[in-house]
Design a protein around this ligand. Structure first.
Ligand code: MN
Length: 394
């Protein structure tokens, strides 16, 4: 039991303890842990300069044993009486701090692991062929994204310009995207990397992955549709990717582990389901404050352990700060789709919002917020910090 006065239904209790980087007026950015509606300043209470750094990379690089030891020490600080007054002095209300991008992003990969999302997109982009490509159930499809344009939650997103060509147009034109969209995703942050030539097996997932965050992979569908054949996503994706401010440790998600959906193709050995790392997270997507979707991560065909195994199976090295995202999370139901192109079915069935507004894609000034919860121990809920962003005109 903590001596902190936490509401019974808090999503940031002792079972969670996510890490972030925050700053207060006149003070440099440093590491913190969220407890209830407060941030505990780790640089102030743990005698370790790594927590005074403006990114979590130094701490993440130390490895799983050290992460677990630190989590135990933080729990002790929040439950024991010995250092209570020092700990109380190091708590800041979250409403008074500014949250930062919590880690320096090394490489960024985005997957495409939801069968429902891939099938929906396949039907819209390639109406005359099978929705899933022949490889889809044999390997987790992904592409290398742009690490340098991964931004922290709350960073405004400027509408990208680019080449777009509607099917009805004879030639492409250059201008602001007319089909700007979101992708509600879950991100996995590597703490310890791997050497060139040394793949990470599915069973070693938890040795390498430090924690989990939420990702909004902003997508310009018109740019994407025109450019993606034959080499895949490029400028339709690389203008901005937003991540949530709190990294939930894998150890906080033990109660959320679940089996992925049944496989209908045999998997090669390196992807075999030895490590069960499906996760029962429920996402919530809000457009201008209104809940428009609740995508269930438990329906993802590929688990994050399989994604990491596949990402390294060719011997590619990984580094501290690598981020890989799941791909849009979409469930089987219409109100479980994680992108506007699915929710409005390519613009054919625009969303009707409660305030009378209608949306197929994002308009300037629109704000999108993505949140998530997961089951914790003893009926508790684990909360993820929101990832938000507002669209600025081109
Ligand atoms: Mn994506």
């Amino acid at each position: 039991m903590t001596w902190l006065d936490l509401p019974n239904d808090t999503r940031f209790g002792l079972a969670n303890l996510p890490y972030g980087v925050f700053s207060t007026a006149g003070e440099p950015a440093r590491a913190g842990v969220r407890i209830g509606d407060s941030v505990l300043d780790l640089a102030a209470v743990l005698d370790d300069p790594v927590f005074a750094e403006p990114v979590l990379n130094g701490f993440m690089a130390r490895g799983r044993a050290h992460w677990q030891e630190t989590r135990a020490r933080i729990t002790e600080l929040l439950t024991g009486q010995e250092r209570r007054s020092a700990v109380e002095a190091a708590l800041h209300p979250v409403s008074t701090v500014r949250m930062r991008l919590p880690f320096e992003v090394a490489d960024y990969v985005d997957f495409y692991a939801s069968e429902h999302h891939a099938s929906n997109i396949g039907r819209m982009f390639r109406p005359d062929s099978d929705p899933l490509t022949p490889n889809w159930k044999h390997l987790p499809i992904g592409y290398h994204g742009r690490a340098g344009t991964v931004v922290g939650s709350g960073t405004p997103v400027r509408r990208p310009r680019g080449q777009r060509k509607a099917p009805s147009e004879e030639l492409p034109s250059y201008g602001p995207s007319r089909r700007l969209d979101i992708e509600a995703e879950v991100g996995f942050v590597l703490g310890t990397g791997s050497e060139l030539g040394a793949p990470i097996g599915v069973a070693d997932f938890a040795e390498h992955v430090f924690g989990v965050c939420l990702v909004n992979d902003w997508s310009a569908r018109d740019l994407q549709a025109w450019e993606y054949v034959p080499l895949g996503p490029f400028l339709g994706k690389s203008f901005a990717t937003s991540v949530s401010p709190w990294i939930v440790p894998l150890d906080a998600l033990e109660s959320a582990r679940c089996a992925p959906p049944g496989r209908d193709q045999p998997l090669l050995d390196y992807l075999a389901d030895g490590a069960d790392w499906g996760l029962d997270l429920t996402l919530e997507v809000r457009l201008n404050g209104e809940l428009v979707s609740r995508p269930p991560f438990a329906t993802m065909y590929w688990t994050p352990a399989q994604m990491l195994a596949h990402l390294t199976v060719n011997g590619a090295a990984t580094r501290t700060g690598d981020l890989y995202a799941s791909g849009t999370v979409s469930g089987p139901d219409e109100d479980q789709r994680g992108s506007l192109i699915e929710l409005s079915w390519g613009g054919k069935e625009p969303l009707k919002l409660a305030n009378g507004a209608v949306r197929s894609f994002l308009e300037d000034g629109d704000e999108v917020r993505i949140a998530a919860t997961a089951p914790g121990p003893g009926g508790a809920r684990i909360g993820f910090g929101e990832v938000s962003g507002r669209i600025l005109p081109a």
